[in-house]
Write a protein that binds this ligand. Structure first.
Ligand SMILES: *[C@@H]1O[C@H](CO)[C@@H](O)[C@H](O)[C@H]1NC(C)=O
Ligand SMILES: *[C@@H]1O[C@H](CO)[C@@H](O)[C@H](O)[C@H]1NC(C)=O
Ligand SMILES: *[C@@H]1O[C@H](CO)[C@@H](O)[C@H](O)[C@H]1NC(C)=O
Ligand SMILES: *[C@@H]1O[C@H](CO)[C@@H](O)[C@H](O)[C@H]1NC(C)=O
Length: 304
């Protein structure tokens, strides 16, 4: 029995290590990228400073996001997906992932920074810097995740990174191509091996781990702010509840008094992959009114 399982383990070993190969390779070259701390690479041997707060020129852009050092973790509160029939449901008691965006330190931002890594079927905007962003029509990005042996990551993304009105994979492709490719720390040059889509997998994993740092549902609930179809809430109560957890003011987004988004702003110590975020106030003014904000319950048919 023991021999058998050991043999099975040895047979599986190459696949097991393959799954974290991208991150290990990254870490070897650029510090402790990925989720687990450990080895010390080149990023830890250079002076450490926060993105947007450097006092000298940043030379290794794999080690600090630049431009785009204002890192924003964005989330949605949707009450339906419009894709319920195909099993696309929202996770109970949880906000969902929108993305992880690199803004310039002044709040402006770049989009679609690498046409070689353009997997968005409907680029929006359709042009950047006077150039038309090519439309993508190849295999969906979820197939890249499966091919990399990361079904664990794919399952997590399906549960918490849920799209409204389009397939999840199209949404993820949009987020990666529009925003992810603009993070200098995810540039292909920061990855040494020839593994396909290594930076894309690492980006998706980093986004999910960044989202876990901001449990909006729990934070609001701790201040007795829970979804309700009979009560409304004050903006300052919501802002205070979140600010008391992060130390900085996030952006709250509303459509016609209905709460639908939150954006958490930060500066990054080292590569974004290290998830060492220092909260800063939003550079975007809230679109919510002072009071009478609806934080709606979802219909039960829209929740998993
Ligand atoms: C990484 O480098 C720092 C600073 O030199 C050191 O304190 C730390 O112990 C090192 N970590 C590992 C895992 O070697
Ligand atoms: C920070 O680094 C960027 C990128 O190298 C550079 O453009 C900028 O001037 C630096 N800021 C300061 C204050 O040196
Ligand atoms: C939301 O999902 C995350 C990831 O599974 C979990 O850690 C967290 O507890 C969930 N939040 C609530 C309120 O259940
Ligand atoms: C709460 O209201 C929203 C918005 O009108 C609606 O979509 C949702 O189904 C309602 N949920 C419940 C549980 O009544």
């Amino acid at each position: 029995m023991f021999t058998l399982s050991l043999k099975a383990l040895l047979t599986l070993a190459p696949f097991i290590t393959f799954s974290s190969g991208a991150i290990l390779e990254y870490r070897k070259n650029h510090g402790s990228g990925g989720s687990t701390s450990g080895s010390n690479g080149t990023c830890t041997s250079i002076p450490q400073f926060l993105s947007c707060e450097n006092t000298t020129e940043i030379t290794d852009t794999c080690c600090t996001p630049t431009p785009g050092g204002l890192v924003i973790q964005t989330q949605f509160w949707d009450t339906y997906t419009g894709m319920e029939k195909s099993g696309q449901l929202l996770p109970k008691n949880n906000w969902t992932i929108h993305g992880l965006w690199p803004d310039n330190c002044d709040g402006s931002f770049e989009s679609y920074c690498d046409f070689e890594r353009q997997f968005d079927e409907r680029p929006s905007p359709s042009t950047v810097n006077g150039q038309t962003v090519p439309r993508y029509s190849g295999p969906k990005v979820d197939t890249f995740i499966t091919a990399a042996g990361r079904d664990d990551l794919l399952a997590f993304m399906k549960k918490y990174w849920v799209s409204q009105g389009s397939s999840d994979a199209s949404f993820w492709a949009h987020e990666y191509s529009k925003h992810g490719t603009c993070f200098s720390t995810f540039d292909t040059k920061c990855y040494s091996s020839d593994t396909q889509h290594e930076d894309l997998i690492d980006f998706f994993e980093t986004v999910t781990k960044a989202w876990l740092k901001y449990p909006t549902y729990e934070w609001l609930a701790a201040a007795d702010i829970v979804p309700s179809n009979s009560t409304t809430y004050k903006l300052s109560d919501m802002q205070d509840a979140l600010k008391s957890k992060t130390g900085a003011l996030p952006y709250l987004g509303c459509h016609n008094k209905v709460l639908s988004e939150v954006w958490y702003y930060s500066h990054s110590l080292g590569p974004v992959q290290n998830l060492d975020f220092h909260a800063v106030d939003t550079t975007t003014k809230t679109t919510c009114p002072e009071s009478g904000i609806h934080y709606y319950e979802r219909s039960s048919a829209s929740e998993a």
